[in-house]
Design a protein. Structure first.
Length: 204
């Protein structure tokens, strides 16, 4: 999981941002870039204010992530994409078990990464035109920059429309896909049972 941790660390507290709405596109549909940037700023402020407390209380940090991040992740879709052929071959019970364990893994890995990347700046590039108002899928690009050494990494969020808003289903840092790293690692397991057992062990 080394590559995954690196991706999450670089990403910081910038991933997984949406608001849920209903029905088709309306004049109130929010720009996905604005949604992400506003929530990045709000979450970063919370981490800055409670950093020491959260660092000493992992369960409190997990609770913050579950409340502010995980409800807005397209976890079912991510699970299916991460497993690839294994997802189609799995039973419904195995799929649900994997979703549960995968969600816990994301929560804990992301939470731990947040505490190691407090000194950074996230800048998103404005979307050009109004195509996002009718698109089913959208990519939002930007940079994550270290305030310590000034080095920047390019990042891209991949979002799918969810009602009048969006869900993030993948993230790439310098072109390296979050999901692709999972796919490569998960394919090394012979079956779902051994894979789920391994993730359960990691979560423990």
């Amino acid at each position: 999981m080394k590559h995954l941790k690196k991706i999450l660390t670089l990403a910081g507290s910038l991933i997984f941002v949406v608001n849920f709405a209903f029905a088709d596109v309306t004049p109130t549909t929010q720009n996905p870039e604005t949604l992400i940037q506003n929530t990045v700023n709000a979450l970063q402020t919370q981490i800055d204010q409670k950093g020491s407390k959260l660092k000493n209380n992992p369960k409190a940090l997990y609770a913050v992530i579950k409340k502010t991040v995980m409800p807005y992740v397209a976890i079912d879709q991510m699970a299916g994409l991460a497993l690839g052929p294994k997802w189609r071959a799995a039973t419904p019970a195995e799929q649900q078990d994997f979703i549960d364990q995968f969600g816990q893994l994301l929560t804990k890995t992301y939470a731990n990464a947040l505490l190691t990347v407090s000194d950074y700046q996230i800048t998103l590039n404005p979307l050009r035109g109004d195509s996002w108002k009718t698109s089913q899928y959208i990519a939002v690009t930007g940079q994550v920059t270290s305030k310590t050494n000034g080095k920047s990494s390019n990042l891209t969020y991949y979002l799918e429309r969810s009602g009048d808003s969006w869900k993030i289903y993948d993230l790439a840092i310098e072109g390296v896909s979050f999901l692709k790293n999972y796919q490569e690692q998960f394919q090394s397991f012979a079956d779902m049972k051994s894979l789920i057992a391994k993730i359960d062990q990691m979560n423990d």
